[in-house]
Design a protein around this ligand. Structure first.
Ligand code: NAD
Ligand code: ZN
Ligand code: ZN
Length: 355
C-alpha cells in the first residue's frame, strides 16, 4: 500500500510501498477513502512544536474509510462500518482526566499522524474504542474535516461560553475557521470573521458571518471595539502569535478568548487590561469523543457543510505547500480509495453536488 512518510522535518513527504498492517486487540484496520489535510500536519512535518513526533511517521488525522478487519477484542465495530481517525487516537481511560470527561488532556494519549501513523496511507489502524463513527448519510469527503477542524472549533466555541444572540469573533478563516463560522451560526451566535485574505472573508460571509474584518488592512481589534463594543467570545484559529495578541483586544469586558491555533511562540498580554476587563484566556484542544459525536450530528442534520476541494493523494506535498502559502479556501481533502473502495465493497457510488 501507499504511505506518505515524513522522514526529515521540513522536507517533502516520501511515498513508500508498505505492508498493510494487521489489527491486534482493540484495533481495526480501515481502508482510507479520504483524508483532510490539517495545518497541524504541516506543523508536524515541519517539526514546529516543542514536542516533536518521532521520525519517520505518517501524518493525517482526518481520515475516513471502511473497516476491513478487526482485532480479536473488538466488539464495537464490524467490517464495513465507516469510521474516522481523530487526533485523539487513544487515551488511557483511567487517569483523572479520562474519568472526568477531559480525555483530551490524558497525559498518555496517543495522537493520529503524530505518535501513531495516521491517514496519509491506503490503510490505517484505529483504536475501536476511540475511532469516530461516521453517519452513513454523510458524504465521506465532506465529513473528513469534521474529524479535527469541526470538533475543534465546536469545542472551542463552547469553551468561550458565548450564548445565543451574543457576538463571537472567529480569527483565521481557514480549514478550522470556516467551519467555526458555520458552527457558531448553528449555535445561534452572531459572527465577526477576521482573516488577512479577502477571499477567506468572502467565504465567511457566504457561510453566515455578520461582518468581516481584514486584519492586514486595518486595526481589526479597534474596529471590533468600535462596531460592537467587543465580542463576548473570541476563537483564535490563526496559526499566528500576532493574531493571538490582537484577539485579546477584541473581547468585550468579561469576555473569553479561546485559543486553538498553534503557533509555537508566545504573545504579550497586558495584566492591567486582563484584570480590569475581567478577561478569561483559555486553551482548547480538539474535543472528546462526546464532542465529536455532537459535531458529527450537527453535520448529519445539515447544519454545517465543510467547503472542500478534492485532490489526488499523489498531490499531498503540493497541498502542504499551498497551505503554507495560505492559498487554500476551506479544506483540501485527499482522495485515496474514494469511490473505488465503495464499489469494491459493494456499496453504491453516489455523486455529491458540492463535494
Ligand atoms: P489553515 O491554514 O487552513 O487556516 C489558517 C487561516 O489563518 C488562514 O485562512 C490564514 O489566512 C489565517 N491567518 C493567518 N494569519 C492570520 C492573522 N494574523 N490574522 C487572522 N487570520 C490569519 O489552518 P487550520 O487547519 O485551520 O489550522 C489552524 C491552526 O489551528 C493551526 O495552528 C493548527 O495546528 C491548529 N489546530 C489546533 C487544534 C486544537 O485542537 N487546538 C486542532 C486543529 C488545528
Ligand atoms: Zn487537525
Ligand atoms: Zn487518561
Amino acid at each position: 500500500m501507499r504511505a506518505a512518510v515524513a522522514r526529515e522535518f521540513g522536507k517533502p513527504l516520501e511515498f513508500d510501498d508498505r505492508v498493510v498492517p494487521l489489527p491486534h486487540g482493540f484495533e481495526a484496520l480501515v481502508r482510507v477513502e479520504y483524508t483532510g489535510v490539517c495545518h497541524t500536519d504541516l506543523h508536524a512535518v515541519g517539526g514546529d512544536w516543542p514536542v516533536k513526533p518521532a521520525l519517520p511517521f505518517v501524518p493525517g488525522h482526518e481520515g475516513v474509510g471502511r473497516v476491513v478487519a478487526v482485532g480479536h477484542e473488538v466488539t464495537s465495530l464490524k467490517v464495513g462500518d465507516r469510521v474516522g481517525n481523530a487526533w485523539l487516537w487513544s487515551a488511557c481511560g483511567e487517569c483523572e482526566y479520562c474519568t472526568s470527561g477531559r480525555e483530551t488532556l490524558c497525559p498518555v494519549q496517543r495522537n493520529s499522524g503524530y505518535t501513531v501513523d495516521g491517514s496519509f496511507q491506503d490503510y490505517m489502524l484505529v483504536d475501536s474504542r476511540y475511532a469516530a463513527r461516521i453517519p452513513e448519510s454523510l458524504d465521506p469527503a465532506r465529513v473528513a474535516p469534521i474529524l479535527c477542524a469541526g470538533v475543534t472549533v465546536y469545542k472551542g466555541l463552547k469553551t468561550t461560553g458565548a450564548r445565543p444572540g451574543q457576538w463571537v469573533v472567529v480569527s483565521g478563516i481557514g480549514g478550522l475557521g470556516h467551519l467555526a463560522v458555520e458552527y457558531a451560526v448553528a449555535m445561534g451566535l452572531d459572527v465577526v470573521a477576521v482573516d488577512v485574505a479577502d477571499s477567506k472573508l468572502v467565504l465567511a460571509r457566504e457561510l453566515g458571518a455578520t461582518f468581516t474584518v481584514n486584519a492586514a488592512k486595518t486595526d481589526a481589534a479597534a474596529e471590533i471595539q468600535r462596531e460592537i463594543g467587543g465580542a463576548h467570545g473570541v476563537l483564535v484559529t490563526a496559526p499566528s502569535e500576532a493574531a493571538v495578541a490582537q484577539a485579546v483586544r477584541m473581547a468585550r469586558r468579561g469576555g473569553t478568548i479561546s485559543l486553538v491555533g498553534l503557533p509555537s511562540g508566545t504573545f504579550p498580554v497586558s495584566v492591567f487590561d486582563t484584570v480590569l476587563n475581567g478577561l478569561t484566556i483559555k486553551g482548547s484542544i480538539v474535543g472528546t469523543r462526546g464532542d465529536l459525536a455532537e459535531a458529527l450530528d450537527l453535520a448529519a442534520r445539515g447544519k454545517v457543510h465543510a467547503t472542500v476541494t478534492k485532490h489526488p493523494f499523489a498531490d499531498v506535498n503540493r497541498v502542504l505547500d499551498d497551505m503554507r502559502d495560505g492559498r487554500i479556501l476551506g479544506r483540501v481533502v485527499l482522495e485515496l480509495a474514494g469511490d473505488l473502495a465503495r464499489e469494491e465493497a459493494g456499496y453504491p457510488t453516489r455523486q455529491f453536488a458540492n463535494a
